[in-house]
Design a protein around this ligand. Structure first.
Ligand SMILES: [Zn+2]
Length: 793
């Protein structure tokens, strides 16, 4: 163990072998990854417990109120998740070692504990790392830091197939691994969940308790029990003379981690971090001149895993009784959240809630009162048809965490974003109410099946959501010609907003199946078509208007590879392939100069550092392509490469205005800040995921389908002034006004009068700047239409 890395299939074979030879282990598949690797979990307990396992499982759910009936469970359920980050590769090895030692050396723990082990949460990432390592490693391994085997190539093994960080995806569940795992998680609802990780090669081991900020929703028991577990781990580490640290990093705030998600679902959720990571290989000399080996890494993770099970076996009654208490949600601040707006976004939201088995209903109408997310003060809203989420359900704490307008922060020094309030992410009007509001289980929104109308001059369909864009994509793939309108439309007494799609008989007259195919696609995607008998409009804009444009079947390219940020490329790749379902060509940055760019209409630059890729010659190629009619879409910090460049209309906002020293004699008091306070002082410059209001020019095609304001997620302080010649489509005019999340004073000031979305014209082409991430981790639902607008309009 530890002399070679095991491929995922080897790990699976090992667990199958153990299950075949021990009555204390059962082993099951729960799904497949994108690359068709098996997702599996083992249930490990005493023979007697395994015989009654269904009873144990359902009793636990009954005690939480998730299943009807009452029960007093006397077993704890401990869930160990390994290798969520694929290149933190000691942990699947440790999973094998742990199951072996558990049943051979510690069967006594299993009388009152059921252990669920997922030996490989992210098999695609793990095998990307392990296969690469096996290909390049020296024999015997080379422990010098310079050796190739310690430097993974882009994108590294950390993320999954679509390059998502699965340890940020628990709540959003955008990835197939998460979606399938949650089904099993919900069937078990463990009392303790451990997520095994690795950090940089110089760090001692980290285990719970976590660092501040803790989310205020955590119960005193959940805080306290982290110490109980931490102290037991410490006892075993002290005995071996191993170093560790606790409480200084890895906070418990952002709800989509493998520690916080279980915490908000009633468990003791924890992260354990071993030194190692994609750099360590089988052995490496770290900066302290100590050789870190895979054998050591496995030993440490095995020790904490077993120690956690030991604690669980000694604390059955407190764990089970506190777990039961956790699910009583009578005392939460908000009793109901009521959300109204774009029905497609509401549908996506309810699909996400279904994955967590969170219950919701729909309003019968009437005014609801409470905190209004738009006005940021108490007010009311007509609730007809609105989605209602109540917190008086077992998973009520998670509801409050996801929907409350503000997250309380004890310190802004966090590992992740400080705002995720879902009404803003989904672009919905909302009220947070302190009284309970009831509704119907079914939505009154009903889709009316479209019928082919051969007498129609054409069909009109609205443009308001990603689903509308998916519809367009599907039509284009089926060679149906589509137009969009720059103007508002009026036909047969119906009003349609800018961006609405017009599918005319005239454009499709060579297609005899036109009506049938169109209605078939519209019905499949539940898009309501209006069949107009004439192309003559009630007002001004007819089908043949100069403001109604044919949509070309755009050829889209996107850069990936060195220089691009893999997470950003991945989220866009996933968006085009699985959501918009529109083909793109991914091009490696190292092939940039060899591409026939004239074959492409649109080029997307994911976030990245392009100063090397787009140096002189390549930059000239790009410039010429744009001038000849190409459209470049620069995402996030990719815009930096155009900063101040001639013809790109992009310029950073000036240095902070307040450069003056505080005292007239030129002495600056700020520099007398004590050393120990400098870290906290640095937060003035930080924006850690703050939600704020953006003004939109929704008469510009980039903002078609949107209201005149949009809530965006700001992840940093980069600030650019309004374009002089181009179109400022989304911007902050005046002060930056955060509605949720942390923004440091200095950074917020710097965002005064800055652009968020803009289009610069250049020759026959243009550059679209999308400064904020409009599809952050794929959960920022309301931003996704910007991407479709940028490509098609
Ligand atoms: Zn990790």
């Amino acid at each position: 163990m530890g002399t070679e890395f095991s491929r995922h299939a080897d790990v699976v074979s090992y667990f199958e072998h153990v299950a075949a030879n021990s009555k204390m282990v059962s082993y099951t598949d729960y799904g497949k990854t994108n690359e068709r690797r098996r997702l599996t979990y083992a249930v490990v307990s005493s023979e007697e417990n395994l015989r009654n396992i269904e009873q144990i499982r359902t009793d636990n759910l009954k005690s939480a109120g998730i299943l009807p009936g009452s029960a007093s469970p006397n077993k704890t359920i401990v869930w160990l998740s390994y290798n969520v980050h694929g290149n933190e590769a000691s942990s699947s090895e440790a999973a094998m070692n742990t199951v072996y030692k558990l049943i051979t050396e510690h069967p006594d723990y299993l009388h009152n504990v059921v252990v669920i082990m997922d030996p490989g949460v992210n098999p695609d990432g793990r095998d990307r790392y392990v296969n690469w390592y096996n290909q390049v490693k020296a024999s015997p391994y080379n422990s010098a830091q310079d050796a190739t085997e310690h430097h993974e190539p882009w994108p590294g093994g950390r993320p999954n197939h679509y390059l998502f960080d699965l340890n940020r995806d628990w709540v959003w569940a955008s990835q197939v691994e998460t979606q399938q795992r949650l089904k099993v998680y919900n069937q078990w609802m463990p009392h303790i969940h451990v997520d095994f990780h690795e950090q940089f090669i110089n760090n001692p081991y980290y285990f719970a308790p976590g660092a501040e900020p803790y989310h205020e929703m955590l119960t005193p028991f959940q805080r306290e029990f982290q110490h109980t577990i931490g102290k037991n781990n410490a006892k075993h580490f002290d005995k071996e003379g191993w170093l560790y640290f606790t409480r200084e990093s890895f906070d418990l705030l952002y709800p989509s981690y493998g520690d916080t998600y279980p915490l908000f679902m009633g468990a003791i959720g924890m992260t354990y971090e071993q030194a190692g990571h994609g750099m360590a290989g089988l052995g490496i000399i770290n900066d302290e001149d100590i050789e870190l080996t895979l054998i050591d890494r496995i030993a440490h993770h095995t020790t904490t895993g077993l120690s956690t099970i030991e604690v669980a076996s000694k604390n059955v009654s407190s764990l089970t009784s506190e777990f039961k208490k956790f699910f009583n949600n009578d005392k939460l601040t908000y009793k109901s959240f009521v959300l109204k707006g774009n029905p497609d976004n509401i549908k996506v939201l309810t699909e996400m809630l279904d994955r967590h088995e969170i219950k919701y209903s729909f309003s019968n109408g009437g005014n609801v009162k409470g905190y209004n997310y738009t006005t940021k003060k108490n007010g009311s809203m007509d609730s007809k048809g609105a989605l209602i989420l109540n917190t008086n359900q077992p998973k009520g704490k998670m509801v409050q965490v996801l929907f409350e307008p503000h997250t309380h922060l004890t310190t802004p020094l966090t590992y992740d974003i400080t705002a995720w309030s879902l009404p803003y992410a989904f672009g919905l009007e909302a009220i947070a109410s302190t009284s309970l509001i009831s509704g119907n289980p079914q939505s009154s929104n009903e889709f009316l099946t479209n019928v082919p109308t051969p007498s129609a001059a054409g069909y009109i369909s609205k443009w308001n959501s990603l689903k509308d864009a998916e519809f367009l994509s599907e039509l284009l793939k089926n060679n149906i010609k589509v137009r969009y309108s720059e103007n508002e439309l009026s036909f047969g007494g119906n009003e349609f907003g800018r961006g609405s799609l017009i599918i005319t008989r005239s454009d499709n007259k060579t297609n005899p199946q036109f009506d049938k195919k169109l209605t078939e696609i519209a019905n499949k995607l539940e898009r309501q078509l209006y069949a107009s008998p004439t192309s003559y409009a009630d007002k001004l804009t007819d089908f043949g208007s100069q403001y109604v444009h044919l949509i070309k079947n755009k050829k889209v390219a996107m850069l990936q590879g060195d220089g691009t940020i893999s997470l950003s490329y991945g989220v866009l790749w996933h968006f085009f392939e699985t959501q918009l379902k529109y083909p793109i060509t991914s091009i490696n940055t190292k092939n940039f100069s060899d591409v026939s760019w004239n074959d492409y209409d649109v080029l997307i630059l994911p976030e990245g550092y392009y100063s090397t890729v787009l140096k002189e010659d390549n930059f000239k190629i790009l410039e010429d392509w744009i001038s000849n009619g190409g459209k470049l879409i620069a995402f996030g910090n990719a815009v930096n490469v155009f900063d101040g460049k001639e013809g790109f209309d992009l310029e950073r906002n000036g240095e902070k205005e307040n450069d003056e020293p505080d005292n007239k004699d030129g002495n600056d008091d700020n520099n007398l800040k004590p050393y120990a306070e400098r870290e906290m002082d640095g937060t003035k410059e930080m924006i850690t995921g703050s939600i704020y209001k953006v003004t939109l020019d929704n008469t510009h095609p980039l903002a078609f389908g949107y209201e005149s304001t949009y809530y965006s997620l700001k992840l940093g302080g980069d600030s650019y002034r309004f374009l002089k010649d181009g179109y400022n489509v989304g911007y902050v005019k005046g002060d930056f006004e955060s509605v949720s999340g942390f923004s440091g004073e200095t950074a917020a000031k710097g965002l005064k009068n800055s652009i968020v979305f803009a289009q610069a014209m250049k020759g026959k082409g243009s550059v679209v700047y999308l400064l904020d991430d409009v599809i952050f981790r794929s959960f920022w639902q309301n931003g996704k239409l910007f991407m479709a607008n940028a490509v098609f309009f």
